[in-house]
Design a protein around this ligand. Sequence first.
Ligand code: CO
Length: 134
Amino acid sequence: MIGRLNHVAIVVPDLQSASALYRDTLGASVTPPHDLPDHGVTTVFIELPNTKIELLHPFGKDSPIAGFLEKNPTGGMHHICYEVEDINEARDRLVNAGARILGSGEPRIGAHGKPVLFLHPKDFNGTLVELEQA
Ligand code: CO
């Protein structure tokens, strides 16, 4: 059911220095920061030949990643995102298998303008999993 690895998301305390690290030290292609007020995050994408790394920093005071940064002040890996062809079919299959969907349980439009779901990390070996309809 799952397809390509769409991205790995890393929460960072300082977007500018994290961008410089990937651009200058690791020699990667790095996009400018993009504020997503509806999602409470600012994103920077590291474009790799086979996938992307998404650097996330809290935007606004009700950011869903503020608590993560408090617990992990130097930053850390936040989630991995797999592509699926049909997000509703994926949701039904996972719910039937006993997996917990975060939030309302319904897909919502994610940071890339496509429908996404997040799966409970306790059901996936301690990893927050995002599914995105590619
Ligand atoms: Co993501």
